[in-house]
Ligand binder design. Structure first.
Ligand code: GTP
Ligand code: MG
Length: 240
C-alpha cells in the first residue's frame, strides 16, 4: 500500500452490475494506485462477483437483489466509513470508462485550497474542460453529448451549482461529504443528489478534467438516452 502520496487513506468505491468482461482490468489499474477498494456487486448474474473475489486486496459487498447504482454507492460509502482512518472516497465506474490515474489526481486534490481558499472537500470529474470531449476520438457520440449537455442545464437550474458535467461517475469526496450522504435515489439520479448535498452542506468543491472512454463494450451496455426521462422522473418524485 502506498503511504506517501495521499492515496493510502482514500477508498475507491466501485458499483458493479454485470461487468464480467471489464472488471478484472479495471481492478488491476485501480489497485496499482489505491490501497483500499470496495466493489458493490448488485446481484450481477454474469459471474462479476466471482471475478472480484479473485482479486487480492479488493473487498466485495453484495446486494441480494438489484437496487441500482445509487444504492450501491451508498452501501460502498458506508462500508468505507467503517474505516476510522479513511479521509476520502473516490467513486469509480466498473465498465472501463474511467482512468485510475485521473482518480488519483482527483483524490490528491482533496484538502488542497479550493476556489474560495478553503480546503477542497469535493473534486468532481469533468469531461468538458477545454472542449476536449467534442474533439476526442473515443469520447461520447453526438446524441450522448446533447443528452449530457441537457442534464447540465437542468441540474444547474435545479441544484444551483455551476458544474459542467453533472453525470460523471468519477469524483473524490472528503470523509465529511461522504458521511453527509444518504442517497435515496437508487437509480441514476443519485448524481444530482450528490450535487444537492454539496450545495446544501456548503462544501468547498472544484472540477478536474478527466477522460471518459466510450468503448464498444461500454456503449453496448451503458445508459440509453431514453433513461434521461427516468432520471428526471426519479428526481421529481424524490422532491415531493
Ligand atoms: N451496483 C450497481 N451498479 C450499477 C447498476 N447499473 C449500473 N451500474 C454500474 O455503474 C457504473 C456506471 O453505469 P453505466 O450504466 O455505464 O452508466 P454511465 O457510465 O453513467 O452511462 P454511459 O455513459 O452510458 O456509460 C458501472 O460501473 C456499472 O456497472 C446497478 O443497477 N447496480
Ligand atoms: Mg458507463
Amino acid at each position: 500500500m502506498r503511504t506517501s502520496d495521499g492515496l493510502s487513506t482514500t477508498w475507491v468505491v466501485i458499483p458493479v452490475y454485470n461487468e464480467a468482461p471489464a472488471i478484472e482490468g479495471v481492478l488491476e489499474d485501480v489497485t496499482a494506485l489505491f490501497g483500499h477498494v470496495v466493489c458493490v456487486d448488485d446481484a450481477s448474474t454474469d459471474g462479476s462477483a466471482a471475478i472480484i473475489s479473485s482479486v487480492p486486496g479488493v473487498r466485495l459487498v453484495r446486494h441480494p437483489i438489484n437496487l441500482g447504482q445509487g444504492a450501491a454507492l451508498q452501501t460502498g460509502i458506508e462500508y468505507a466509513l467503517q474505516d476510522p482512518a479513511m479521509t476520502g472516497v473516490v467513486t469509480f465506474d466498473a465498465d472501463g470508462q474511467h482512468h485510475a490515474s485521473d482518480a488519483a489526481r482527483l483524490a490528491r486534490r482533496l484538502g488542497l485550497p479550493g476556489p474560495d481558499g478553503r480546503p477542497l472537500q469535493a473534486v468532481l470529474g469533468t469531461r468538458w474542460a477545454e472542449g476536449r470531449e467534442a474533439k476526442r476520438p473515443g469520447g461520447a457520440g453526438p446524441a450522448r453529448r446533447l443528452l449530457l449537455r441537457a442534464a447540465v442545464v437542468y441540474t444547474r437550474a435545479t441544484v444551483g451549482l455551476r458544474v459542467t458535467d453533472t453525470h460523471n461517475g468519477l469524483r473524490a469526496l472528503s470523509r465529511e461529504v461522504a458521511a453527509s450522504l444518504h442517497l435515496k435515489q437508487n437509480g441514476m439520479a443519485h448524481a444530482s443528489e450528490i450535487l444537492q448535498r454539496i450545495k446544501a452542506g456548503r462544501f468547498c468543491w472544484a472540477e478536474e478534467p478527466v477522460t471518459i472512454d466510450y468503448t464498444e463494450y461500454s456503449k453496448s451496455k451503458g445508459q440509453s438516452p431514453l433513461n434521461a426521462i427516468n432520471i428526471l422522473t426519479e428526481l421529481w418524485l424524490g422532491r415531493r
